[in-house]
Design a protein around this ligand. Structure first.
Ligand SMILES: [Zn+2]
Length: 61
């Protein structure tokens, strides 16, 4: 079974929940992604960065 770990806060997905725990060293199948909390944060940062990029482009015009 594939274990999914948030690469930002290191939480492990357990069904529909994300829990803070250490991954057993025997667990080799780890897929890295983002938990909903970190995903929202990352998407907000991307949106902000893209908005800043547009502002910078506009001020150069
Ligand atoms: Zn996370």
């Amino acid at each position: 079974m594939m274990t999914v770990q948030c690469c930002s806060c290191k939480k492990i997905r357990k069904g529909s929940r994300w829990v803070m725990m250490t991954v057993p060293e025997s667990q080799m199948c780890i897929s890295h992604g983002y938990c909903p909390t970190c995903a929202a944060k990352v998407f907000a940062e991307i949106r902000m960065a893209s908005r800043n990029h547009h502002l910078a482009a506009a001020s150069n015009a």
